[in-house]
Design a protein around this ligand. Sequence first.
Ligand SMILES: [Zn+2]
Length: 393
Amino acid sequence: MKARRRVLETVAMTAPIPDLGGREIGRHVGAGPGPTLVAVAGVHGNEPAGIEAARRVFARIERGGVAVRGELVVLAGNVGALKRGVRYESKDLNRQWSEARVAALRSPGWAPADAEDREQVELLGAIEAALGRARGPVTLADLHTSSASGVPFVLFGDTLAQRRFVGAFPLPVIIGLEEQVDGALTEYWTRRGCVTFTVEGGQHGDPASVDSLESVLWLALHEAGLIEGAALPEVRGGYEGLDARRGDLPRVLEVVSRRAITAEDTFVMEPGFRNIARARAGQLLARDRRGDIVAPYDGVVILPLYQGLGSDGFFWGREVSDARLRASRVLRRWGVDRLLPWLPGVARDPERATRFVVHPQGARLVPLGVFHIFGYRRVRERGGALTVERQVD
Ligand SMILES: [Zn+2]
């Protein structure tokens, strides 16, 4: 995904914001104590729409008539890259948030090697300061835009609290996509006890993307409990606007598989798919040197690759029914995943309670869907075995 985005960035039109002040775009401390909403905008420097959206929200709050409890703070993600209008200077700031890396940043004698190292240390400090001031639960939103056109959508790590929160957005919410990348900002803060989500607000440079991200901020303020009353016109209007943009796309989708590709595959996506697009069973999706790639059943194509090189041809997903969501919630509450080690070839990783090791002979017998029900969505190959891991509930 990294290589593909790097190529796309060079063709995307975005305006640099050289007059960006410091990292803090704004902070509003409400009259009474309450929850905290931290929003990060522009962790990719070619995606300034979230900053404009936040400025509108602060301007509206300053005009009065909006009662706020707790604290809203909005931070610029990659200040240097935003000023230059580039995705990043040396490396992707949204792939640097593994436990090991953050621990290294904090170790004595550590010195930044490049621009993103400096950005990360500052951003880490700014978010920790907000957590230190917090007098209630903390929600963290990460605001993005994308190179391709399409409907805005929400990504989140599959924890029950996060599932509940993103239900407030009338946008497609995609379960299991965040787990496809390592070192995302939001995942780090989920492990620190925040409720987090990522929103792709639409295409870079499209004014509608600013509108969508503004709507997301209003809905997040409401859902997190900083402002009251859905009657607030901004909240109601935001909901209606996003609902209209979703059109006939489903509300809840899950990623079933990732079409991994290499340059030798000569992968070519069929034209006409948007960011999220329905496909019928048997429909031609793409071609590679082995022939046609068709939809295995009625489902959804997510993030098709059209420009440049990358390692993800597309993600294949499907709609998740209410019944399935309810069933999975109940099973997880009961802790039925304690029974997973009884499956053939499955063992809990002794080093990490949230991870299972699936031995190859077992993997053929155990469909990964069983793990998905319990939120185990991060599938990686380690030393000849598969590991499946979930975020902390
Ligand atoms: Zn981005």
